[in-house]
Design a protein around this ligand. Structure first.
Ligand code: HSE
Length: 314
């Protein structure tokens, strides 16, 4: 292992779309941008230190025990009995907080992956999952792998059990693209989770299970019709949409422009549409942007195929 250690490593961890409409807490995919960068280097001073954070507007703590990237990396180093290894970490936030794009997951994944690369890759990406999860949970208090899983592994990731961290990658149809729009408001994940009902009607559970199964079958079979019929969320979206201005107008605009389906990305406020092909995704993205811009709500559009790689070294 010692031979493969590096002096400095820079990594990029991509944004993710969690839930994908009908898969609350159990389905997510990665996109190409935005994403966070983390740089780590060996140091003679024992222990992990966060020496620089940019792009956070001064919001993030530099104490590694209070910072998602730091918590994930420390948990990993402790697991290896290497917590005294001297490591300096820089975090470059390149996506907004509370955006529904998996910002805290990206930092946690980048932190643990960078350190793993630096010390000679003792663990596989999949083995890093629990440490990245601990990092993300330190930010939003909830334990769900639908951002961390795809951010780490890339592609579309299904989580059979968050408690057991039993996850599986789903094949990605060749021409599947996403238009993701982030309207410039902040929604705290905790708030968006607190407004969800503790109990749901059996009828709604049945519909949601049908849609989730349909979406997964559609993805595996590259059946865009089945994908389109399945992207519906009867549980979280009806409650959370009220946090996003003009949500239903944006949804109608996306569908009219040819989207396969449209819903909230993670806990919001970002929204996403799945599309067949880049051209369609660009058209759909423009239609969503027009709705938010029409009410003077600043927004940012990302058009991307599903990111197949997940976190990577730069
Ligand atoms: N599945 C989570 C939620 C994603 O919807 O609350 C939050 O990032």
């Amino acid at each position: 292992m010692a031979d493969s250690k590096k002096k400095e490593v820079r990594v990029f961890a991509p944004a993710t779309v969690a839930n994908v409409a009908c898969g609350y807490d159990v389905l997510g995919f990665a996109i190409n941008e935005p994403g966070d960068e983390v740089v780590v280097r060996m140091s003679d001073t024992p222990g992990l230190r966060i020496t620089k954070i940019t792009g956070d507007g001064g919001k993030l703590p530099t104490d590694p025990e209070k910072n998602t990237a730091g918590v994930a990396a420390l948990d990993f180093l402790k697991h290896l009995g290497m917590q005294d290894t001297g490591i300096e970490m820089e975090i470059h936030k390149k996506m907004p907080f509370g955006s529904g794009l998996g910002s805290s997951a990206a930092s946690a994944v980048a932190g643990v992956f960078a350190v793993n690369q630096l010390i000679g890759q003792p663990l596989s990406k999949k083995q890093l999952l629990p440490f990245a999860m601990t990092g993300e949970a330190s930010a939003d208090g909830a334990y769900h792998a639908d951002n961390v899983g795809p951010c780490l592994l890339g592609g579309i990731v299904f989580i059979r059990s968050n408690d057991e961290l039993d996850i599986a990658k789903i094949p990605v149809p060749k021409n599947l693209w996403a238009a993701v729009v982030h309207p410039d408001i902040e929604i705290l994940t905790k708030v968006a989770r607190d407004i969800l009902p503790k109990e749901i009607l059996l009828e709604n559970a049945t519909q949601q299970i049908g849609n989730l199964g349909g979406l997964i079958c559609g993805l595996i079979q590259e059946d865009y019709g089945l994908i389109s019929r399945s992207i519906h969320d009867v549980i979280a979206e009806p409650r959370r949409q009220k946090l996003i201005p003009e949500f239903y107008r944006a949804k109608r605009a996306a569908e009219a422009a040819g989207a396969l389906g449209f819903s909230i990305s993670g806990a919001g406020p970002s929204v996403f549409a799945l599309c067949q092909g880049k051209e369609c995704a660009e058209k759909v993205g423009a239609a969503i942007v027009e709705v938010f811009t029409g009410i003077d709500l600043q927004n940012q559009l990302y058009v991307s195929p599903v990111n197949l790689d997940g976190v990577r070294e730069l």
